[in-house]
Design a protein around this ligand. Structure first.
Ligand code: ZN
Length: 656
């Protein structure tokens, strides 16, 4: 591991806190050091308070910030005198400790200081860096981990046995450090947890961290436990979408809420899931207890979520100490699934959660395999892991998490690159759904760059491309709950006596046939939607009130409307609802340039504004209005409605 320090970059970060920000970000860039909150840093600074007195403050990373993107506002200043006195107490409960950390801050708007703040305070160095370095955890998680750590570091580090994070750990470290510190001590290893380094300057502390971790990496290399064999595993070529959707449904039922299920079939994930000894090496516990909240203690192997839930209940019952207050069992659904066909699938309440679980497990797989090469992985006893999983502070965090209405659900929108389709993508994302956008326009793939969006270039009139899009949807998010049929065309005006068969066929192919094919292919997935499936058809005012010159368009939309009505009859038993909305005169869609609008308005002797509001309510209907109605049709408001047709046109005299 190389130092990323650069003198010229560092100059842009003046002052003690500035330097602290700079090297914290350097640590944050190295994911094998700090993964999703696994690490924190601090600096001690003496400043004048409002009364003109000198006050030494510990600026420690606040919760909710990650090191890679931290700013000054991400550090909480805490009066260090108080922390040092607290460290001498015999006992301090977690809620009391958090209360002290918050009330001893000198800036009311700062975030809650890290629970490891007292630990930072007791180390008598200006800069302190702490990471959960993969290489160090790999070595400590083996049967003879302690001997190996001593062999690597000698008295360059103080070694502290595993204690759960919190006050007891800080006190234990203070005692151990006072007795074991030597002249050449530059760090501290916390068994099964991570590593500290410290120094007089930010650069010194940071580079010591890099050195200490490099020693661990070199040790692993020397023991032939660093480089993992190249994998040439190939993903399963046959369609897996129904199996994935069935598994996602089971997991959602066990969890009690819909989950996103992301399958990863990269060579490394497949190689791990297909290892002969996977049932042994994957079942011992997480690499560090702080991952247990996101990953659960062990992954599920195969697809039997009922058996997994049973085992989880047993683990809960066995480790629940009789003396403590009663605790409620968390949902017993797995977050990591290892399967020979799917590879490594990860589950979460949102696509972002599922992606974080995969990030963590990708590192866990390396740690497990390297520790195995080193002679055998050994995790902490289940009780220690349980204590972190059912730690009051972590539980409080979970409870605080708000849940948007479509959390864990998956929507697919056709014609999603612009206009009403794009507005539907926005409305569904805003409600917490993971969204797949299909469009023939290549811009669909880069519409958004976020974990809950997947844009696929797709000609919806091509059956093969539709099947591929659904397969990709299921492998990325686990299934399909909502389908918005929006893609369509509005050809130039043409009277029946001049309407060519080819032109008629083209309109039918896109506005009608494509929707039949997509509905047919999506049905098995919609049937497995945990909360019931839902289809929304973007129809047209032309269904109830056709216009001259639009025969192909009006006929195609009317036929689609009839198709939806039949689907409502056929699919009700599968708990799939299908509702239609009929927009009219939506002008913010790209087809309507300012020039076209002006020509049309002039034709009727109106201004553009009057033309846009040519309806009973004299109001303009936008793409967003249509999209919001489409999204609501997928939600609880329409839970008991199917085959409805709702106009969204500002009131049209011919329809009324
Ligand atoms: Zn830690």
């Amino acid at each position: 591991m190389n130092s990323l320090w650069s003198d010229s970059e560092a100059e842009a970060f003046p002052g003690d806190l500035g330097q602290r920000i700079y090297t914290s970000r350097l640590l944050g860039r190295e994911k094998s050091l700090v993964l999703h909150g696994g690490g924190n840093t601090s600096v001690k600074v003496t400043e004048k308070n409002l009364l003109g007195e000198d006050e030494t403050r510990l600026y420690v990373k606040g919760s909710g910030w990650d090191l890679e993107h931290i700013e000054a506002a991400g550090f909480s200043p805490v009066r260090i005198d108080r922390l040092l006195k607290l460290a001498k107490l015999k006992q301090l409960s977690d809620p009391q400790m958090v209360n002290e950390l918050r009330t001893q801050m000198t800036l009311a708007s700062a975030p809650t200081p890290s629970v490891e703040a007292i630990l930072h305070a007791i180390l008598p160095y200006q800069y302190v860096d702490h990471t959960h370095a993969d290489a160090v955890i790999t070595i400590t998680n083996t049967a003879d981990g302690l001997t190996r750590i001593r062999e690597i570091y000698g008295d360059n580090v103080v070694i502290v046995p595993y204690v759960m994070p919190g006050f007891d750990l800080a006190r234990r470290c203070a005692e151990q450090f006072a007795t074991d510190v030597r002249k050449n001590t530059i760090g501290m290893v916390l068994m099964n947890h991570g590593i500290f380094s410290f120094g007089k300057t930010a650069q010194e502390s940071y580079e010591r961290m890099i050195d200490l971790v490099t020693w661990a990496e070199n040790y692993l290399a020397k023991q032939k436990a660093w480089v993992l064999p190249e994998s040439s595993e190939k993903p399963q070529a046959k369609p897996l979408r129904r199996e994935l959707a069935a598994l996602r449904r089971d997991l959602s039922v066990t969890a009690g809420f819909p989950v996103i299920l992301a399958a990863h079939d990269d060579p490394a994930s497949l190689a791990f899931a297909r290892r002969d000894d996977v049932a042994i090496i994957s079942q011992q516990g997480p690499a560090t207890p702080d991952h247990v909240i996101r990953t659960k203690r062990v992954p599920m192997i195969g697809r039997d979520s009922k058996a997994y839930a049973k085992a989880y209940k047993k683990y809960f019952d066995e480790n629940l100490p009789k003396s403590t207050e009663p605790k409620t069992m968390l949902d017993p659904s797995p977050r990591v699934i290892l399967d020979r066909e799917f590879g490594v699938a990860t589950a979460g309440r949102s696509a972002k959660d599922a992606a974080i679980v995969f990030d963590i497990y990708a590192h866990t797989m390396e740690i497990l395999q390297r520790a195995t090469l080193l002679g055998g992985y050994k995790a902490l006893p289940a009780k220690d892991i349980f204590d972190v999983e059912y730690w009051d502070l972590e539980q409080a965090k979970l409870k605080g998490a708000g849940k948007p209405p479509f959390a864990g659900e998956i929507a697919l929108v056709t014609g999603a690159a612009s206009g009403i389709g794009k507005a539907c993508v926005d409305s569904l994302l805003a409600r917490g759904a993971a969204v797949v956008g299909l469009d023939i326009n290549a811009s669909i793939s880069s519409l958004y760059n976020r974990p809950d969006y997947l844009g696929l270039v797709c000609d919806v009139t091509d059956e093969k491309q539709l099947a591929e899009a659904l397969e990709k949807t299921a492998r990325t998010f686990g299934g399909l709950d909502m389908l918005i049929l929006n893609a369509g065309m509005f050809p130039p005006g043409c009277r029946i006596d001049a309407l060519g068969t080819a032109e008629w066929g083209k309109v039918m192919r896109l506005n009608l046939d494509a929707n039949l094919m997509l509905m047919r292919e999506a049905h098995p997935l919609l049937k497995l939607a945990p909360n019931g499936g839902c289809v929304v058809v973007i129809g047209s005012k032309n269904v109830p009130a056709p216009g001259p010159g639009a025969a192909a368009y009006s006929a195609s939309k009317a036929a689609l409307n009839q198709l939806a009505r039949v689907a409502a009859l056929e699919w009700g038993a599968d708990n799939i609802r299908i509702n239609s909305l009929h927009p009219n005169a939506v002008f913010d869609t790209g087809i309507w340039t300012e020039e076209v609008l002006q020509t049309r308005a002039k034709h009727y002797g109106l201004t553009v504004e009057e033309y846009k509001r040519r309806n009973v309510l004299k109001t303009e209907v936008t793409s967003r209005d249509v999209a919001e109605l489409a999204a609501e049709m997928c939600g609880p408001l329409f839970a008991k409605t199917t085959a409805a047709q709702v106009p969204v046109d500002g009131g049209n005299e011919r329809v009324i």
